[in-house]
Write a protein that binds this ligand. Sequence first.
Ligand code: CDP
Length: 793
Amino acid sequence: TVHERVDTFHDNDQKPVGYGRMLRKEDPRFLRGRGRYVDDVQLPGMLHLAILRSPVAHARIVSIDTSAAEASPGVKAVVTGAMLAQQNLAWMPTLSNDVQAVLATDKVRFQGQEVAFVVAEDRYAARDALELIDVEYDVLDPVIDARRALESDAPLIRDDLDGKTNNHCFDWETGDEAATEAVFARADVVVSQDLVYPRVHPAPMETCGAVADYDAVDGKLRLWSTTQAPHAHRTLYAIVAGLPEHKIQVISPDIGGGFGNKVPIYPGYVCAIVASIVTGKPVKWMEDRSENLISTGFARDYIMRGEIAATRDGRILGIRTNVLADHGAFNGTAAPVKYPAGFFGVFTGSYDIEAAYCKMTAVYTNKAPGGVAYACSFRITEAVYLVERIVDCLADELGMDPAELRLKNFIQPEQFPYTTKTGWVYDSGNYEPTMRLAMEMAGYDELRREQAEKRARDELMGIGIAFFTEAVGAGPRKDMDILGLGMADGCELRVHPTGKAVVRLSVQSQGQGHETTFAQIVAEEIGIPPSDIEVLHGDTDNTPFGLGTYGSRSTPVSGAAAALVARKVRDKARIIASGMLEVSVADLEWEKGAFHVAGDPGRSVTIQDIALRAHGAGDLPEGIEGGLEAQICYNPSNLTYPHGAYICVVDIDPGTAQVTVRRFIAVDDCGTRINPMIIEGQVHGGLTDGVGMALMEMIAFDEDGNCLGASLMDYLIPTSLEVPDWETGFTVTPSPHHPIGAKGVGESATVGSPPAIVNAVVDALKPFGVRHADMPLTPSRVWDAMRGQARPP
Ligand code: CDP
């Protein structure tokens, strides 16, 4: 069901070129099975690499014997951490200014950590030889629970760091502690709740991998890799390997889903590069599902205490939170340098409050590194979950309807741009219409009546609301960089003589349809049909520099760049047109695809005519060079702040405690909508992710640090069977600073849906006196919650 409502901006479905529903240009390739992924890359003489991983979470390496593996048929090389150390390559920087072992030298620090690798003629020979490597481990006590990490007798994990005597990773705070204390002191009502956002994994369909091809003759390294940030990776390789950037080409071909998992640089990529340099051959490394789940960037793992202060009549005064963040064995979070906790600072949500404060401590544990932005803009998912759960707890305490409480506290449209109490400047928003539309689509009052009737019959039905504001499009270079690289994006547009065009982007699609939507952005500005505009991305030799795709930043940053570069080309086209029509530029009017003389529409030249003239014979206006192309680098002045209202309806089987999501209404506002069909696809995917996190997914560990979620039999991800028909709607509040008014949307649904679902489940369990239950709300957890309250032990 799609409810469409256009409030403040145009929806150009009817226009011949530009924005609107358009089938994806990339799909004929994908639907025919002709996508070209890293594992499809086959090079002559290519060897295969397999990684030996630690079976234990914490141990000292006593010895490694590789002799049997070296003698195994087909094996070309066996490499250990000690060998890498001789070349100063055993450790590499992470994106968070920590270091991470490429191959362990002294100790292993999580189960699944890279210990050695084998290069062989084929994948099977490489894997067989792994079995022959004999490692002697001196097993140490692991630290698995973040709360244990800071105890004075906890084992020390990072003894590789000079002078390190504990497992403390970083402290961070935001907001005003004293002001918050003051509003809490005078509030009528204070509610606090402990919440856990469990460790989950982005689990993209395609696991991580690379093909490295180092050519010793010309000294050039070509690397095909599963990366969401080819340019940033190239710079890091240049720094680590000491190769100049122009001698490194990173190619990110079709990518089978990223969700933040493909932002970090993994040891496997570096191993493939080293292996190609050592053997003089191309080398492929492709991890399997278990390797992906146990060793690559996880997400969340926040233990939070949320507190909210309000007046008795439901005016929210302040929000305070204390967070214990588990960063695993190495701090592999990818976030702008100034933001070690990502954008968690938006935990004040969509509410106009008087004060807020957050204190966070992050720790090392013997678990895989990560803390990646899994389909969210750097920890926004955690922030939104915190605020939307705690607001529901307050509604419960006040005996107020959760929709009414939210409506009462929204930031009002005239308050934008709105600076939050933690310093974020929300660019634009109009929350009430979005909320009202969701309520109207849901039939909210009718649902509450139905719930009351069911409760009277002891049936368990719940209605959950979440309202979110995201901060996406990192980001302004004055505030944001990753390892010193500013987060601006380049973009280049070339119009060929016959009026076809190619736009080169620094961002990289992992399934979001960039080949279509970026062609639409350019088409809208310059009037060339999207089918005539080729989008090139994911190849550092052939695209301008930029920081990559994550945190829904493509549209806010590169989307703006694409619009502006097209305008630049149009400006040049206007001058050429003035020469062709022999009038001054001021006398020309632009109508999508052509310039005509003002007042004389019959005298016109199309953009295709102009392209031919730009490249053809004859004079051009004075000072104008031939060709029709431009390049820019766009530095966003602010983030964009999309918002949304989600309503979830669940039924719980009182006999089995199984939760069924019966309905889910999602109203998103991402400003100007480029391709509504793609947006719906993004929202459907994100909502499905949300069902997974809320009800099914958790990367758990036993007390020895064994990962219990190492396969998709153990780590449950949702399928179409677990999700309802999504009901989507939208409002449109353009971003005032984005050239086309667009805000990001790729991750909104992943951010907004978990609290809506948990709020619905808790609402269903109200008759048992339940006020909170932690994700994932599996039948056993829901059962425990019901029993805990209904039949106290
Ligand atoms: O960075 P990422 O591509 O993951 O996220 P995004 O910028 O939110 O874009 C996701 C997809 O939705 C892209 O194909 C966008 O062009 C499209 N989109 C849109 O059509 N209209 C918007 N206002 C925002 C995104």
